[in-house]
Design a protein around this ligand. Sequence first.
Ligand code: GDG
Length: 472
Amino acid sequence: MAPGPRLLVVSNRAPVEVVRSADGVRVVRTVGGLAGALNDVLRQRGGLWIAWVGLHAGEELPPGTAGLSYPIRAVRLKEREVNNYYAGFANQVLWPLCHMFPSRCAFQAAYWDAYRVANERFAAAVQAAAEPGDLVWVHDFHLCLVPGLLRAAGLPARVGVFWHIPFPPPSVFGILRWRAELLGGLLGADLIGFQTEQDAGNFVESVRQFLELPVADHPQRVVLPEREVHIIALPIGIDYQSFRAQAEDPAVRDKAARLRVALGAEKVMLGVDRLDYTKGILERLRGYERFLERQPEWRRRVCLVQITVPSRDRVPQYREMKRSIDETVGRIAGRFSFEGRTPLQYMYTSLPREALAAHYVAADVALVTPLRDGMNLVAKEYVACRGGQDGVLLLSEFAGAAQELREAVLVNPYDAEGIRRGLETCVFMPAEERRRRMRVLDDRVARRPIGWWTAEFIERLTAGGGTAATAA
Ligand code: GDG
């Protein structure tokens, strides 16, 4: 069977990064399931990836670079443009707004101007590379205007967008002065995918209210005079097989066993997050502190390992948050460490994938408590690594993953008392119930891996959008 049309993937960051050090310029592969899954698709169909690759990249990275099977076309942006478009409009306007933190938004006209210019640069790169009949797959909130620009230019290709983060209700999205431009830009696509039904519904409702366009159901779509834009909910998955295989690898199991001995805890709890206020790290630590207050006998029997990965350190709010977390970690360790043992281990670093998998394997309980999250892959990765045994997932009801992973212990991440109660439920849950819940979770995560997600999106884009309704 023919593999189908070529694919052009467009995203802000590439699956590689060009870094400059004393030894010269190097290209390093960035980790991520999406890059892996698309590697296979791009190898079969041909195509390329268009992205910003850092300030020191050449125009094209040929196939073979850092082991990739396809070329990367680098979009050139000056440092000041990156600051205003990426650190500015994307990370300080759209990110907080979509995660329902309007008061954290820095609405600056210069950010918007840079966002427009950067989107034009991305669209021009797509136009230069595209051939008639190609599929163009645009990723995420950094590039809202690209589909509209491509449509205006009459690009003879089908265009799809996947929105990885939450889409807020119109009462929040409507705060944005540039709401009509952003919505109009997205509607340049033939297909727009969201993580959950709720996100898709919020988008459609914003289009109805702010653009006064008709919308229709079954399949969900926006009806334009000359065409329709299909809207789907398609929850992203993980590379299940590779996490599962890693969790069963004797070297990883060994590492996990050693880790447990070093921690000296009967129950090991784990948190893994990028440093971000949306991830609810502070609120989680406060909930854990309450648990230790209320359960003195557990202070010597439990240990929470919190891994926080440095992120967005150009943004002042992130630097401040790091200080607050450091302070809270210090307070909890100061209050509850006893006779050389601490119930909280904090790491501010990024671990190699194998070490991360060992932490998942070692953890009896995973604490995934974002205040708002598009999906949250950590929840699914933990399930994949513990699926063979048991384990309990404490999960925020405001993570997209909560729509699928109903057998987790669901909590309101803003409520420290609720987290405390949730932690008690996890710690006291009988083994049989742990196993039963984990079996269901594991089955669900295994059935929708990242390969399923990419195939499904591409199939719907090729077929014309939304013949199938949503991913049930
Ligand atoms: C956006 C949306 C949506 C973390 N620490 C280490 C490490 N990680 C990896 C995890 C996981 C990834 O980073 C984080 O994924 P998330 O889903 O939690 O979050 P975002 O980066 O915010 O991603 C999100 C996602 O897009 C996909 O659509 O789920 O909602 O916000 O894969 O494993 N990896 C390694 N070492 C670490 O220390 N190697």
